[in-house]
Design a protein around this ligand. Structure first.
Ligand code: B12
Ligand code: SF4
Length: 474
């Protein structure tokens, strides 16, 4: 029986702090590719309202004209309502359309979401590919949905979670993301701050992490495991995106890079393909991974890795302990030095607003973050994403003052600390940006830096008026 599935990247706001950018809807492309391969008789369509500059009317029109059997979408916590609206729209067109959502947020609050959003039929919990395909096959075959692992669904008015699905053992078995389904948009994907006008694409090198940071959604979602594609497969995929679509700025989505396990292999593979600075790539890393592996950092720089985001988080050993970070303050200092010495742009993430934070401790963090001399700093508020230990603790203790998920974007203060009100935490965040981006000396040094990326980043950030935009959003 043939049928059709529509994947929707809806109109939504992006995270303005990183400046002006348009990412490809990678998550949907990863899922669409798997459905295409496993169910070749199925019509698979992806619409990207961001790239096509389309409004909600367009989503409605496409659903009406295509009349798909299934509508699927994905989003982070701050996109939860937007995802629900997609499902609502599909049901408004026809009650027969099966609506499916998934991802970290919906996995963490599956029961609550099915209760709050009656228009969502199924939530795929955890890894998506196999569950989605089995869900479609079971619906088409009229089978028992309760037997599909990894689902949350309604059964006679009850919300039921089927057993967890084991993870895919070999990520190399996955097809390449279905970029061909959005080929017409390819010229539009860009990340001005990081790569100017170069074509920007996203790919997955691995999934999950074996660390257990208390503010992080990733490790629970991926069952505390770290899996990687082989270095050859990652390099093949990078080469494919470059040769087929002209992607020259590639973002590796991996949660934890793990230099020792694959740095050398990736360097060898990319060197064979003559990757140089014509193609740049980026990822996020732990500070201890960088500080323990300076040689590998240098090697990967040779093959185009020119920007790394590191999770510095805080200058206080107690706070790092509370975050269960497992890295030390000294690792942050060494990591920035290691990156800068090897000509890798060092972007540092800082977190304010944990329970014991005071005006003084946040001021100390600010000073530390300036002294660190990283190339670019991003300050965030401790955000209790559902699925994290921080969320569980905050909910139990009644610290969640803002229950609007749209504000769970790491720029809004959601909780007070013991001594600071939520409003004061917000003001402290403004102060971080005021001091970092308001420093004439830093800006002038950045704008006239010898490093091309740094020059571009500072010119771009200056144009963005970060603090003003931040204020207007809160
Ligand atoms: C690339 C990225 C971005 C890119 C854009 C990505 C995009 N195309 O939209 C940019 C830079 C724009 C971005 C912005 C933000 N991001 Co971001 N981002 C990521 C990152 C690194 C990779 C996402 C990805 O493509 N993963 C690969 C896919 C395949 O994995 P996956 O999403 O888990 O999907 C699998 C399953 O979960 C499931 N699944 C997921 N969705 C669905 C849907 C259906 C229907 C089904 C069946 C299954 C399914 O199947 C998939 C395959 O198995 C993740 C971290 C990570 N490694 O995932 C953070 C992450 C998603 N981002 C996060 C956050 C907080 C944000 C921001 C708010 C701010 C920030 N700090 O970056 C903004 C919000 C932007 C916005 N308003 O939408 C958090 C989300 C936490 C949460 N619970 O909300 C994450 C997890 C990072 C983190 N640990 O803090 N991000
Ligand atoms: S924050 Fe990073 S290191 Fe910590 S658990 Fe999440 S992915 Fe792993």
């Amino acid at each position: 029986m043939s049928s059709s599935i529509l994947f929707v990247e809806p109109p939504k706001d992006y995270w303005f702090l990183m400046g002006e950018y348009l990412p490809p809807p990678t998550i949907l492309l990863v899922l669409a590719a798997y459905v295409e391969r496993e169910l070749p008789d199925m019509e698979v369509k992806v619409i990207d309202c961001q790239a096509e500059k389309k409004s909600w009317d367009y989503v409605q029109r496409v659903i009406e004209s295509m009349s798909p059997s299934f509508v699927a979408t994905s989003g982070f916590t701050c996109n939860a309502y937007v995802c629900a609206r997609v499902a609502q729209m599909a049901k408004g067109v026809s009650q027969d359309i099966v609506t499916i959502v998934g991802g970290q947020h919906f996995t963490a609050v599956a029961e609550e979401s099915l209760r709050d959003f009656p228009e969502i039929d199924y939530i795929v919990r955890g890894e998506g590919e196999l569950t989605l395909v089995e869900l479609i096959k079971t619906i088409r075959g009229g089978g028992d949905m309760g037997k599909v692992q990894g689902l949350a669904l309604r059964n006679n008015g009850e919300i039921v979670n089927t057993p967890d699905r084991p993870l895919i053992e070999n990520l190399d078995d996955l097809p390449y993301p279905a970029y061909h389904l959005i080929e017409k948009n390819m010229d539009r994907y860009h990340f001005a701050l990081m790569a100017g006008k170069k074509k920007y694409m996203i790919l997955e090198g691995g999934r999950g992490c074996t660390h257990k940071c208390s503010f992080c959604t990733q490790w629970r979602h991926w069952q505390g495991r770290w899996r990687t594609k082989s270095p050859k497969r990652i390099a093949d995929e990078m080469e494919f995106l470059h040769k087929t679509y002209g992607g020259v700025f590639l973002w590796l989505t991996d949660d934890n890079f793990e230099y020792r396990k694959r740095g050398m292999g990736l360097w060898e593979e990319l060197r064979k393909r003559e990757f140089t600075d014509d193609i740049n790539w980026f990822f996020q890393a732990r500070t201890d991974d960088i500080s323990n592996n300076p040689e590998l950092v240098g090697k990967l720089r040779e093959v185009g890795n020119n920007w790394i985001l590191i999770g510095v988080e805080n200058d206080s050993p107690e706070v790092l302990k509370y975050f269960k970070k497992g890295a030390r303050v000294g690792d942050s200092i060494k990591a920035v030095k290691t990156l800068k010495e090897r000509d890798v742009f060092a972007q540092a993430m800082m977190v304010i607003g944990s329970r014991k934070d005071t005006a003084e401790s946040i001021e100390r963090l600010r000073q530390f973050s300036f002294d660190l001399d990283s190339d670019l700093n991003v300050y965030t508020t401790l955000t209790p994403f559902p699925g994290t230990e921080v969320f569980d603790e905050a909910r139990e203790n009644g610290w969640l003052e803002d229950l609007n998920y749209a504000n769970y974007d790491m720029s809004h203060a959601i909780m007070p600390t013991e001594t600071l009100s939520r409003k004061e935490v917000q003001e402290e965040l403004f102060q971080c940006y005021r001091e970092f981006y308001g420093s004439a000396v830093r800006n002038i040094k950045g704008i006239f830096s010898k490093n091309e990326i740094k020059r571009r980043a500072y010119r771009h950030m200056a144009g963005q008026k970060v603090l003003k935009t931040l204020r207007s959003l809160i």
